[in-house]
Design a protein around this ligand. Sequence first.
Ligand SMILES: NC(=O)c1ccc[n+]([C@@H]2O[C@H](COP(=O)([O-])OP(=O)(O)OC[C@H]3O[C@@H](n4cnc5c(N)ncnc54)[C@H](OP(=O)(O)O)[C@@H]3O)[C@@H](O)[C@H]2O)c1
Length: 414
Amino acid sequence: MKQIALLGFGTVGLGVYEIINQHRGLYFAGKETPAAIKWILVRDKNKRRAVNPTDCVLTDDFEDIINDDSVDIIISAMGGMEPEYTYIKKSLERGKHVVTANKEVICAHIAELTDLANKNNVKLYYEGAVGGGIPIISSIVETLKINKITKIQGILNGTTNFILTKMTKEMRDFDEVLKVAQDLGFAEADPTADIEGYDVMRKICILASLAFHTHAKTEDVHLRGISNITLDDVKMADTMGYDFKYIGQALLKDDKYSISVTPVLLPKDSVMCNVNQEYNVILLYGDIIGELCFMGKGAGKDATANAVVSDTIKALNEEDSGNHINFAETANSYGLSGIKNEYYIRASVKNYDQFEKVIDLASGAIKKNNLTYTNSKVFFTTELIRSSDMLSLYEQLRECADDVFYARMEHSLL
Ligand SMILES: NC(=O)c1ccc[n+]([C@@H]2O[C@H](COP(=O)([O-])OP(=O)(O)OC[C@H]3O[C@@H](n4cnc5c(N)ncnc54)[C@H](OP(=O)(O)O)[C@@H]3O)[C@@H](O)[C@H]2O)c1
């Protein structure tokens, strides 16, 4: 029987323990199980826990684990960069397979850790790091065997999808809904990583790195959060037949990539617009297969543990030779240049002077018959314009109006 060490016994760790050692689900159901968790690493051994395992050893010292030659697989589910990055590296160097749900480590070190795993003839899997229970990493790996992937778009964060769903369906403003999300445990006490997009940024970079064979860097991502979306925006979008969604997007063109994480307006009858609450959805575009759409629970104990344990089963399978993705391409980001979109814009104006300045600045871009002025706010949509031009228009508008918000408009997304 193979031996596993589990780093972390929180939400994900507990779910993994239940499936493997408590024989939840089909694979580990029999008496003769192929593997068991021998060690669990925690920060505080004396902490009160819902489950106190008696069939494995709880330790707060990683040396116990790394020095145990009987351990074949390390499952890491702790969170943050250090010490998990170091533990993963040491594990690979010592010839142990690694399965992790840590997006921060994988996003920053995907190429280096893959290289290390290959050099040491071991496997590195990270399905749980993106999209919770959605098998998106393995699907990209499979799709790439035949296709060139040129586009990935997704709702990749359950917390922000929950917030936007509630704002839209119940016509409530951002702060009020964020509080509800925090009270229900859908949002952290410090929601910055979710609402400012750092979580989605890491996930879309991991997917882009895999799909485009290059290490996509977070510093190349055009990142905008959702906290500036007001109830006025939601109401205006509603009258136009659109809803707000928070979308991570990665595009490949002429072997250069462009990645963004921004609020987007989607038509109410599109598939992606109807993925609500904490659910995630990811669209892939392959040159042979066309569009593929994956949907499921993007986080949570069971969904994430399911992904982590299916990686563990692959690591246990000696016939499985690992992901074998190479990150050798050195594609650069082309930023926002060369991308054209229509945009929704809202600017708050105090007086006629400000109103006139806004209209003057935007006049070349405003779509015909698409301007509304109400309650000291100007709302309009644009013709198809370059994203880089939108960015400079936004900067100029901000100089003459009190509060400006804009969002890309999509007409399909299935
Ligand atoms: N929760 C989800 O739905 C979800 C979904 C996808 C991916 N993930 C990823 O999965 C990972 C784990 O998330 P989680 O929600 O399970 O976290 P969590 O509930 O906060 O649990 C973290 C666990 O790691 C242990 N730990 C943290 N730092 C440690 C250290 N320095 N040394 C030893 N043990 C340490 C903690 O020990 P103590 O118990 O002693 O505090 C705890 O058991 C993260 O990378 C997260 O991004 C989570």
